[in-house]
Design a protein around this ligand. Structure first.
Ligand code: NDP
Length: 306
């Protein structure tokens, strides 16, 4: 029987681990399939306070993990496959293993969205990617495309210019959603060419097991054209990792966990932190802040109930 189990090891989960460990709750962190969360997929983080020269995302995550370990947090590899939140203690299954906990902090984050094309599914890892930081290196001197018009797409496109010959930014409207500073960086970069009012309708060539071109449709006149290239990065946003909790916790219409009075969820003893409950701010610092709130709320709950 655990006092506190934390699902997820991004900055929300790790901050919750630091705080619950310092409160002597001996937390167990289940790291999940995307261990380290989205920061571990980025390079330079320039806006996390305390690092005037910036800090590499994976390094920041490693530092947070070490800090949690200093105070006695434990870590378990693996992914939670089932939870039962209908009675206390809550039960969790991680493959064959079964755990019980008095308090649960959910920090399972959000994952990259895909376009939903059959060819995209077949070519993922073979020229189609959702992470420029992870895969950009493979496209040295090649032509690639990034799909999307928000900050994620802008960041991916800018990062890819380090390797790629040309980056086509394919956006379905004629205006970016990305922040002003990112838009300025995009327009200053000669390697980036926007392709407005365009949607990717197919990716070639699953038969060859590699990307050779994208089929793009103009949203204004319906014309379809073929653009030869070697890689496609999908940067169209994220969806929350909440399938496990469906029907057990209150969520909003797109599946983000609903929190109230801090990090409380609709089930007493279950708390949520980070991108799994925040579709607005989604920053490392806000995720960390909400991880701290979840830990403090869990501590108060345990003090009262046990
Ligand atoms: P957003 O929701 O902001 O943008 C998603 C983009 O993808 C939009 O331009 C959208 O088009 C497009 N899109 C969505 N679905 C499809 C589809 N099926 N086909 C084609 N295009 C599609 O998500 P982001 O992940 O970019 O950003 C989320 C939040 O995270 C924002 O608040 C952002 O500021 C923040 N963020 C900040 C970063 C930073 O500060 N460095 C880095 C990354 C994210 P449309 O515009 O037409 O809706």
């Amino acid at each position: 029987m655990r006092n506190a189990v934390i699902i997820g090891s991004g900055c929300a989960g790790l901050t919750a681990a630091i705080y619950t460990a310092r409160a002597n709750l001996s937390p167990l962190v289940i790291r999940g399939v995307e261990a380290g969360g989205q920061l571990s997929l980025t390079t330079l983080v320039e806006n996390f306070p305390g690092f005037p020269k910036g800090v590499q995302g994976p390094e920041l995550i490693e530092l947070m993990k070490k800090q949690a370990e200093v105070f006695g947090a434990e870590f378990m590899e693996g992914d939670v496959t089932r939870v039962n939140l209908s009675r206390r203690p809550f039960t969790l299954e991680i493959g064959e293993q079964r755990l019980e906990t008095r308090a649960l902090i959910i920090a399972s984050g959000a994952s990259a969205k895909l376009l939903g094309l059959e060819s995209e599914r077949k070519l993922i890892g073979h020229g189609v990617s959702t992470c420029a930081t992870c895969d950009g290196y493979f496209f040295r001197g090649k032509d690639v495309a990034v799909v999307g018009g928000g900050d994620t797409a802008a960041e991916e496109a800018l990062f890819l210019t380090r390797f790629a010959n040309q980056v086509t930014l394919i956006h379905r409207r004629d205006q970016f959603r990305a922040s002003k500073i990112m838009q300025d960086r995009l327009s200053r970069n000669e390697k980036i060419k926007p392709l407005w009012n365009s949607v990717v309708v197919d990716i070639l060539d699953p038969g060859k097991g590699e990307v050779t071109a994208v089929k793009v449709q103009d949203t204004k006149n319906g014309a379809v054209s073929l653009k030869p290239l070697h890689g496609v990065f999908i940067g169209i946003g994220h969806s929350p990792n909440t399938a496990l909790f469906r029907g057990q916790l209150e969520m909003n219409e797109v599946g983000y966990i609903q929190t109230h009075e801090g990090a409380k969820t609709s089930v007493p003893g279950v708390f949520a932190a980070g991108d799994v409950q925040d579709h607005i701010y989604r920053q490392a610092i806000t995720a960390s802040g909400s991880g701290c709130m979840a830990a403090m709320d869990a501590e108060k709950f345990l003090e009262r109930e046990h």
